[in-house]
Design a protein around this ligand. Structure first.
Ligand code: YH5
Length: 276
């Protein structure tokens, strides 16, 4: 299993931890503490020291009700941060669905485009395919963040997520991208009830049948709040349990806020031979 990205060929002898860096002043899960570029850089530095193998930089919140930013506004939140972290020899992913933000980020040299719309936005496939080797994460979502949590319905959520991702892989390949550049993500919490999200964890191995790396993001999400009854600031233990569950079910990349704790949990599994 490998994931080709701009500067790094990722192999997955061990699962990797992708650290979340929000450059959003309105970010719901860090209360805007990393609003300034300096704060975001310090936070990113911490995550790398803690063992993050990838940094995921996002400028626009995908929370329902969060405003859609202009390209210039989104770019102004991430540009200086990207210029700094790109000097660190750590794979850099950019969480964006806007083709023009993708182009600017790729021109700076970022390694991965992480698109919650799986390159469905007009122009996104072309923006990424124009680059010779950047990596892409294709995530499943039904609808758009504004409305996605209104009555999500599936006949068979696992089959439908799998079929959707297969269709997006085909679209990427038709645009000229090699499979080795692609990674898949079931999109925990994006147009799904807690039961849907939990079914995707139980049956996650079905999604691995595509033969591409799987990235999953359970960190602090509301399904964990539903299961434990805890608010977003008290979901660390639940997030670790879900992350290890995802690894057991075949995930290669874990997108998390709490990098140090997730790396420790993986070290224990590794020491016990559970990652072999
Ligand atoms: C993801 O799963 N998620 S942004 C609600 C929370 C906590 C966190 C209420 N971008 C993903 O992280 N990209 C986001 O608690 C993502 N996969 C990929 N590839 C939402 C988020 C969050 C939402």
């Amino acid at each position: 299993m490998r994931w080709q990205t701009t500067r790094f060929d990722l192999t997955f002898e061990r699962p990797m931890v992708m650290g979340i860096v929000n450059a959003t002043p309105d970010s719901f899960s860090d209360g805007g503490r990393h609003a300034g570029v300096t704060g975001a850089i310090a936070h990113a530095e911490r995550l790398v020291k803690d063992g993050a193998g990838i940094l995921d930089i996002g400028g626009e919140s995908s929370r329902p009700g969060a405003p859609i930013l202009s390209v210039d506004e989104e770019w102004s939140r991430i540009e200086d941060l990207l210029r700094e972290v790109l000097r660190w020899q750590v794979p850099i992913s950019v969480d964006t669905w806007k083709p023009e933000v993708m182009r600017r980020a790729l021109d700076l040299g970022v390694d991965i485009i992480n698109d919650i719309h799986a390159l469905e936005t007009p122009g996104a496939l072309a923006a990424v395919a124009a680059h010779p080797r950047c990596g892409v994460c294709l995530m499943h979502m039904v609808g758009i963040p504004e409305t996605m949590q209104q009555q999500p319905q599936y006949d068979d959520v696992v089959r439908q997520v799998k079929a959707y991702l297969a269709e997006r892989v085909a679209a990427a390949q038709s645009a000229g991208m090699e499979r080795a550049r692609l990674c898949l993500d079931p999109g925990v919490g994006f147009g799904k009830t807690p039961a849907h999200n939990l079914a995707l964890l139980e049956h996650q191995k079905v999604l691995s049948e595509a033969g591409l790396p799987l990235l999953v993001g359970w960190s602090r999400k509301s399904t964990l709040g539903e299961v434990t009854g805890r608010p977003v600031g008290e979901r660390l233990a639940a997030s670790l349990a879900a992350a290890l569950g995802a690894v057991r079910q075949g995930a290669q990349v874990l997108r998390v806020h709490d990098v140090a704790e997730t790396v420790d949990a993986l070290k224990v599994w590794g020491a016990a031979g559970l990652l072999a």
